[in-house]
Design a protein around this ligand. Structure first.
Ligand code: SF4
Ligand code: SF4
Length: 87
């Protein structure tokens, strides 16, 4: 049986925590101002900023996003909403 736990520093990059999710963040990229706060606070480092048409935008790796909602809480323009995960 495979158990996903954080057993040592940085092991969350090995253990895919996406299966823990009940809610998933949905980002409105039009509303996003590209501040990078969501990427900075994500405890799983699941958010990376990429340049799109000269502007920084966040992209979420759902293999690692555990749906904690910290990004949505910290977004200064409320561009992220948490939606119930469809299983
Ligand atoms: S919901 Fe949590 S784990 Fe997922 S991207 Fe936001 S801060 Fe990261
Ligand atoms: S915190 Fe909000 S405004 Fe800032 S990059 Fe993330 S989604 Fe965009």
């Amino acid at each position: 049986m495979k158990i996903n736990i954080t057993s040592k520093p940085s092991s969350t990059t090995i253990n895919k925590t996406g299966g823990w999710r009940t809610y998933r963040p949905k980002t409105d990229l039009d509303k996003c101002i590209g501040c990078g706060a969501c990427a900075a606070v994500c405890p799983e480092n699941a958010v990376v900023m990429k340049e799109i048409n000269g502007k920084q935008k966040p992209f979420t790796d759902f293999n690692f996003c555990k749906g904690c909602g910290v990004c949505a809480e910290e977004c200064p323009v409320k561009a992220i909403t948490m939606e119930l995960e469809k299983k």
